[in-house]
Design a protein around this ligand. Structure first.
Ligand SMILES: *Cc1c(COP(=O)(O)O)cnc(C)c1O
Length: 395
């Protein structure tokens, strides 16, 4: 088999070997139900969960009693928004502030809540994908119950000034929910310093298994329970715990915290080489996202006058995995809501490719991918009837 270049680490990551080894023990040796406290096997499982909760809590500077395990980022986002909205029903608070570039787990939940009388304000972003703090302040009303803003964007990598957002939320007595799924392992998260009340996490974006994540809920925050049933997760999310997944999530977090600074430094340097490589080798490209306030692994460009989907097909022939400006809603030809929010026109948004590098990416990989992209874009542009902006407008 020829070499593969997996450059879609924002979609998911390979599960680390140490994570798999740790998880395997909880399938056969240590399979007890953590609710079975009257015998050793059950107690061992309970201890494993307690230990995992402590690791995740320490990673974001929370108390372990403030961590709840969920089935991933989407579930946590749903819980944060629905849980706060339902806890505020008929209490005069029914307004949520979010942004136009959130993950669909947030945006579609807001749409759903609108059915129950919740009102949503969607903040604009500038061409780099940054929100405007003044617009945020102006959007707050006496009815506002929640601000939900992602730490870092999954498509363009832009990192928001969460600490300043947290200060604004606190000043106005409004809860702040942060989707930190992409930020975990890439940006320092400190829920105390950053005044975060609710935080969504997911394991599979940082070397853990799919289908497990977590939610930080600050002590005292009023939120409805998510799943009704037994007393698991302090009665807030019932159901026998996926012990092996929880243990795997914690192992991934532990590994991420161990060499955090070195890892971020290495990725940032590779990312910058990648960005320079594209800029220096391919004309008529636009870097999407912020030039510096961006995730250390994100390289997202628009290649004018070509189709992203065509690029992806040709990249795949060379064993390169990436994603396009509409891949999240595969099957639909709508360009990404994130790219449109940054002001790109439909055509340019369609010609966007996101590469997200990972632990295994090397400098040689990047040189190869840059050269491959150069060839692909030249070829597609040669075939395209659209060669410049004037041709675009002629149509
Ligand atoms: C991947 C992702 C999610 C969803 O997480 P899952 O664990 O896959 O449900 C939510 N928000 C962001 C920013 C993401 O990148």
């Amino acid at each position: 088999m020829s070499k593969k270049f997996y450059l879609d680490n924002a979609a998911t990551t390979r599960v680390k070997k140490e994570v798999i080894d740790e998880m395997l023990k909880y399938f056969d040796e240590k399979y007890g139900n953590p609710s079975s406290q009257l015998y050793e096997l059950g107690r061992r499982s309970k201890e494993a969960i307690d230990n995992a909760r402590k690791i995740v809590a320490d990673f974001i500077n929370a108390d372990e009693k403030e961590i709840y395990f969920t089935a991933g980022g989407s579930e946590s986002d749903n819980w944060a928004l629905k849980g706060v909205a339902f806890a505020n029903f008929n209490k005069g608070k029914n307004h949520i502030i979010t942004t136009k570039i959130e993950h669909h787990a947030v945006l579609h939940t807001c749409e759903y809540l609108e059915k129950f009388g919740v009102k949503t304000t969607y903040l604009d972003v500038d061409k780099y994908g940054m929100i405007d703090l003044e617009q945020l302040k102006e959007a707050i009303t006496p009815e506002t119950m929640l601000i939900s803003i992602m730490f870092a964007n999954n498509e363009i990598g832009t990192i928001q000034p969460i600490e300043q957002i947290g200060e604004i939320a606190k000043e106005h007595g409004v809860l702040l929910h942060v989707d930190a799924v992409q930020a975990m392992g890439a940006v320092k998260i400190d829920v105390k310093k950053q005044h975060i009340d609710l935080l969504s996490m997911s394991a599979h974006k940082l070397g853990g298994p799919k289908g497990i994540g977590g939610m930080f809920i600050r002590k005292g925050v009023k939120i409805d329970n998510l799943i009704h049933g037994g007393g698991q997760e302090r009665g807030k999310r019932a159901g026998t715990e996926g012990v092996q997944n929880i243990v795997g999530f914690a192992k991934a977090v532990e590994l991420a915290s161990k060499d955090f600074d070195a890892h971020v430094k290495k990725l940032t340097s590779l990312r910058n080489k990648f960005i320079e490589g594209i800029k220096n080798n391919i004309p008529d490209v636009i870097l999407n996202g912020h030039p510096t306030m961006r995730l250390p692994n994100n390289v997202n460009f628009s290649y004018k006058y070509v189709e992203g989907e065509s690029i992806l097909l040709l990249l795949d022939m060379d064993g390169i995995s990436a994603s396009s400006g509409s891949a999240c809603t595969s099957g639909s030809l709508d360009p990404s809501h994130v790219l449109l929010a940054t002001g790109l026109d439909h055509g340019t948004a369609h010609g966007s490719i996101r590469f997200t590098i990972g632990e295994e990416t090397t400098e040689e990989d990047i040189s190869f991918v840059v050269q491959t992209m150069k060839g692909i874009v030249e070829r597609l542009r040669m075939m395209s009837p659209i060669k410049n902006d004037e041709d675009l407008y002629k149509k």
